[in-house]
Design a protein around this ligand. Structure first.
Ligand code: EPU
Length: 421
């Protein structure tokens, strides 16, 4: 659907909402990793986000069959012969396409993967992926915008990442599990989605130590077998709901997510004056508006994730006082702030920093989402803006959220989809 229509409500948010599985940033990687084990893999707690269809298409073109069993369960059958190509059309649409590189190298010794190029949030290089895989015996040629990777045999190696890249850690992991000998990844990404990939690979028979820490050791095994796995709850969707509560005020409960996966967000929301605590299966939160300003710097996990940043800026726009937000992961992720300014926010950006002076009132208007989290941020701002906020280009929002309007509506917000059809 084309647009999100957001209107303010006088009443605070309240109620309970179940957080989806982290399909975009965890489930899709596991779909790609399932290529390592010929046979039928089953993934549950998945949601039908737009990128899932792209992964469907990609795995289909590679020669695997994806089937939907029910709303949250999918099987991937990779028992047939695989074709090595990930075309530009799919890789440029979805970053997670790059995760087929190592499984293809491990399984058939050859992969031809388009280079994705930059996107709306900045330059997104792959040099660490290539350097690490070269150390493990792969060779790379660049031709007509495609990377041609070859490896007769992948061998274990010690790899020190210059930055704890999520994607590079994932590609190294899926290369190492079937490589000859031991691989050690130092300065590995510690994100919950990387930990979840390790859990999935371990269930397939991989030998991995140190998942969720910055040193991961993998002993290569001869073969992996298909498995069944329920993917991790979506910490970014959970953070979005918590910040919605912070912006409107109210008392909410989230199910299906672990508070330790959101530790830094919870700390920052606490500094702003929100009360957040764990429940048996999730998180409880209460906010009385307006909250207080805080400074935030985005960092790899367990730091404050860049994927929360746009929603945090929307929230800080309504807080009392001045905040400074520093974006350390991407070089161009402040594009959405111009749209917030059009809604009356007081935000000044300068390189990697933005200064936000809290205002008493935002006002609704027509705005455009330039990436998935920008869309969520504009939607949150609309929850307290006067009049109607119309968020266009919601194609980006569907990439990462199963149904943002529905989740927010369950908490009493007035958010609906509108389409031209
Ligand atoms: N980088 C390099 N060289 C590399 C790899 C990364 O310079 O070889 C740089 C990138 O250019 C970027 C930074 O390192 O500036 C972080 O990249 P990383 O590899 O950690 O991220 P990613 O795997 O490309 C995933 C998520 C992003 C999320 C980041 C960081 C998926 C599909 N994407 O991307 O999610 O921001 O990790 O946590 O998992 C989102 O959900 O909105 C989103 C953008």
């Amino acid at each position: 659907m084309d647009r999100l229509i957001v209107r303010p409500r006088e009443t605070p948010l309240s109620g309970t909402v179940r957080v989806s599985g982290m399909t975009k940033n965890a489930g899709l990687k596991q779909m790609a990793a399932s290529l390592l084990a010929p046979g039928m893999t089953t993934l549950s707690n998945m949601t039908n986000v737009a990128d899932l269809s792209t992964m469907y298409e990609l795995l289909g073109s590679i020669g695997a069959t994806v089937n939907k069993i029910d709303d949250t369960t999918y099987t991937i059958d990779s028992s047939g012969e695989l074709s090595p190509e990930a075309p530009y059309d799919l890789v440029s649409r979805m970053r997670a396409s790059i995760n087929v590189l190592s499984p293809l190298l491990a399984r058939i010794g050859y992969a031809r993967v388009s280079l994705p190029g930059g996107d709306n949030i900045g330059v997104r290089k792959l040099d660490m992926h290539f350097k690490a895989l070269e150390k493990m015996g792969a060779t790379f040629d660049l031709e007509h915008g495609y990377i041609e990777a070859r490896a007769d045999k992948l061998v274990g190696a010690r790899i020190v990442l210059e930055f704890p890249s999520v994607g590079a850690t994932e590609n190294i992991l899926t290369a190492a599990v079937l490589a000859d000998g031991q691989t050690v990844i130092d300065n590995a990404a510690r994100e919950p989605e990387v930990r979840d990939l390790c859990t999935f690979l371990t269930k397939m028979g991989a030998n991995i130590d140190g998942a969720g820490t910055s040193t991961i050791t993998i002993e290569g095994v001869k073969e992996l077998v298909p498995t069944t796995h329920s993917i991790v709850g979506d910490r970014i969707e959970a953070g979005t709901m918590l910040m919605a509560c912070g912006i409107v005020g109210g008392e909410i409960t989230l199910e299906g997510v672990t508070i330790s996966d959101l530790e830094m967000v919870v700390l920052k929301l606490g500094d702003m004056g929100m009360k957040v605590s764990p429940t048996r299966d999730g998180i409880w939160a209460m906010a009385t508006t307006p909250l207080r300003s805080v400074d935030i710097s985005t960092l790899p996990f367990p730091g404050f994730a860049t994927d929360y940043m746009p929603m945090a800026v929307a929230l800080l726009s309504t807080c009392e006082g001045t905040s400074i937000v520093t974006e350390n992961i991407y070089d161009n992720r402040f594009g959405f702030t111009e749209e917030l300014v059009r809604m009356g926010a007081d935000i000044r950006t300068e390189g990697r920093h933005c200064v936000i002076r809290g205002v008493n009132q935002l006002s609704g208007t027509q705005v455009r989402a330039n990436d998935v989290r920008a869309g969520a941020a504009l939607c949150l701002a609309g929850l307290v803006a006067t009049g109607e906020t119309v968020v266009h280009d919601t194609v980006h929002v569907w990439r990462g959220y199963h149904d943002l309007a529905k989740s927010l509506s369950k908490l009493g917000a007035d958010v609906t989809w509108e389409s031209d059809e």
